[in-house]
Design a protein around this ligand. Structure first.
Ligand code: PGA
Length: 256
């Protein structure tokens, strides 16, 4: 049985000072998340403040939103896996569509980032998703399958269970137009069958496949009711502690 996972992607929001306030409020609202795992991904500059502000008992793990594949070197403006690990990160979001579309990230670079994160014991959350034109042309499965295969190319059977996938259709991100739970579940099935083909059914069964794109407290239950959707990657709604706490509560209820 895969443990449900809720991830809050803060994107470029909150100073370090504001992050400390937000996580304290969240910890008050969510003293316990069992059996659901909860991950928060503040910007790089707020990771340390968020880690320090969290009470020791708080049920949240930290994620970064990106990394560079080298451990160190002349890469102005970049941050590496060992640096994130040292701040207490356990996860890293990679290949988010905003990185792909706005910052020119490609599958080859994302693959190197996944390898770097695994090398340092950071669990990658690989985002895949089709654009609206792709969807209109009926290319959803082709696009997401390609992103998955290329991102995970060369990984061993033992490494695969460390991976989490987030299916995030680009047209659903930040638009208020979430995919239907049926659509998300059917894309998740496709992704899981590719994992099974590539690395065996057992390894494939261990990978969590989330849905992301305009998840709210109101619609989270519809996604989480499906055994084919292992959790949610939440953007906008995670910046409001009450909304994020409600999504976590919905996930806990669905997991019982
Ligand atoms: P959204 O973002 O929930 O604001 O649509 C999701 C994401 O980009 O991960």
């Amino acid at each position: 049985m895969r443990r449900r996972l809720i991830v809050g992607n803060w994107k470029m929001h909150k100073t370090a000072t504001e992050a400390a306030v937000l996580v304290r409020r969240l910890a008050d609202l969510v003293p316990d998340s069992a059996p659901v795992e909860v991950v928060i991904a503040p910007p790089f500059t707020a990771l340390s403040a968020a880690a320090r502000a969290l009470p020791a008992s708080a049920p949240f793990l930290l994620a970064a939103q990106n990394l560079h594949w080298e451990d160190e070197g002349p890469f102005t403006g970049e941050v590496s896996a060992p640096m994130l690990k040292d701040l207490g990160c356990q996860y890293v979001i990679l290949g988010h569509s905003e990185r792909r579309q706005l910052f020119g990230e490609d599958d080859e670079g994302i693959k190197k980032k996944i390898r770097a994160s695994l090398r340092h014991g950071l669990r990658p959350i690989l985002c895949v998703g089709e654009s609206l034109p792709d969807r209109k042309k009926g290319r959803t499965e082709t696009v997401v399958s390609g992103q998955l295969r290329k991102g995970l190319e060369g990984l061993s059977k033992d490494e695969i269970p460390m991976i989490t996938i987030a299916y995030e259709p680009v047209w659903a991100i930040g638009t208020g137009h979430a995919a239907s739970p049926d659509h998300a579940a059917s894309v998740n099935d496709t992704l899981r069958s590719i994992l099974a083909q590539g690395w065996g059914a057992e390894a494939g069964e261990q990978v969590r496949i989330l849905y992301g794109g305009s998840v709210t407290p109101e619609n989270a239950g519809e996604f989480l009711a499906s055994a084919r959707i292992d959790g949610a990657l939440v953007g906008g709604a995670c910046l409001d502690p009450q909304s994020f706490a409600t999504i976590i509560a919905v996930a806990r209820k669905a997991a019982r």
